[in-house]
Ligand binder design. Structure first.
Ligand code: FES
Ligand SMILES: [Fe+2]
Length: 352
């Protein structure tokens, strides 16, 4: 594994803070907005980068459809509507559309021609890895800059998938992502779960810029892994796929691998959603899925309490904070985002 150059804390060309609403390029990524299993023939609302969308299936078995959550007629939220005869129905005057957003019925005068612009504004969507992914940028904006981040273990033999939860945080997506790559907070924020205030020391991490973002590698001795006893060592390989997706793989000496998929989606500049999935190469009898989820619920609550108390703006410029040796990951992440917004870095389209 390559060791990157020491952190350069003086060079900074980008904006002082990361404001996603001022950076249309963030619309050009795929973001998870929901678990696929949570979408049925009952429309739901999600917000992505300040844009509200409606997500539904025309039948329980059909592919997911996503459109702007605003009726062209009188602006009613379509997510308050329902599905009837495989059509999405607006709750205000009952106009109906098919799964592709084509107008199918205007009930007040059903045989009259449909006005132009009566169709839905559809948004690109895909189902992959048990999640619904949405990209707001249409062809006129250049479409997605990168593919959905890969999760090779998802369909691979020997792995079980534990879809955990959709958690909401009143903090920026950047703060939440940084927190997941910041080993220094564990001893303190997570003192009641897997941290130990008397053992805050860290080992060195190796940070490497990649085609998709960056990766970090580190080894941390721990007293025990969650739910067990006995000292062991966590070897963590954490990958950040631009802009806010984390693939965090923890390997223990006995061969157990615990992977956390952190699909972080910016709702707007000050709110985000984490759709989290765990993958492990052991079995349900080794550690029940319900226990894994219960533990992670506690961990996320600890992070949420702290993160929601931070200032809402995420600082990009190094001079806005003090940085110590333990902040190597955070500095590399801030530099990555800074290089992205200034055009100095673009991810490879295949996220390889
Ligand atoms: S506002 Fe949707 S049908 Fe009138
Ligand atoms: Fe944390």
């Amino acid at each position: 594994m390559t060791t990157s150059a020491p952190a350069r804390v003086t060079r900074h060309h980008g904006p002082e803070h990361l404001r996603l609403s001022e950076q249309p390029l963030f619309r050009r990524f795929w973001y998870a907005v929901s678990f696929a299993s949570a979408v049925s023939d009952r429309p739901i609302a999600r917000t992505l980068l300040g844009t509200r969308v409606v997500v539904w299936r025309a039948t329980p078995d059909s592919a997911v459809s996503v459109a702007l959550d605003r009726c062209a007629h009188r602006d009613a939220p379509l997510s308050k509507g329902w599905i009837e005869n495989c059509h999405l129905v607006c709750p205000y005057h009952g106009w109906e559309w098919d799964r592709n957003g084509e107008t199918q019925r205007i009930p007040q005068f059903p045989v009259a021609p449909h006005p132009t612009k009566s169709g839905l504004t559809m948004v690109s969507s895909q189902e992959r890895y048990g999640m619904v992914w949405v990209c707001l940028a249409g062809a006129d904006e250049g479409g997605p800059l990168a593919d959905i981040p890969p999760i090779p273990e998802f369909d691979a033999e020997g792995w079980r998938v534990v879809p955990e939860a959709e958690w909401h945080f009143d903090c920026s997506a950047a703060h939440l992502l940084e927190n997941n790559f910041d080993g220094g907070h564990v001893a303190f924020v997570h003192a009641n779960t897997f941290g130990d205030r008397s053992k805050p020391e860290l080992t060195e991490t190796e940070v490497t810029r990649t085609a998709y973002g960056l990766q970090t590698y580190g080894e941390v001795p721990v007293d025990a892994r969650p739910g067990e006893s006995g000292a062991t060592v966590r070897r963590s390989l954490s990958r950040l796929y631009l802009p806010f997706f984390g693939h965090i793989s923890i390997t223990y000496p006995d061969g157990l691998v615990h992977i956390m998929i952190k699909a972080i989606t910016p709702i707007d500049d000050e709110h985000c959603q984490l759709t989290q999935t765990v993958l492990r190469n052991d079995g349900e009898s080794d550690r029940p899925a319900a226990d894994i989820l219960a533990f992670d619920e506690r961990v996320e609550t600890e992070d949420r309490d702290l993160l929601e108390s931070l200032p809402k703006e995420y600082p990009l410029a190094p001079h806005l904070n003090a940085h110590a040796k333990a902040d190597r990951n955070s500095l590399a992440i801030r530099r990555l985002w800074s290089d992205f917004v200034t055009g100095e870095f673009r991810p490879a389209p295949e996220n390889s």
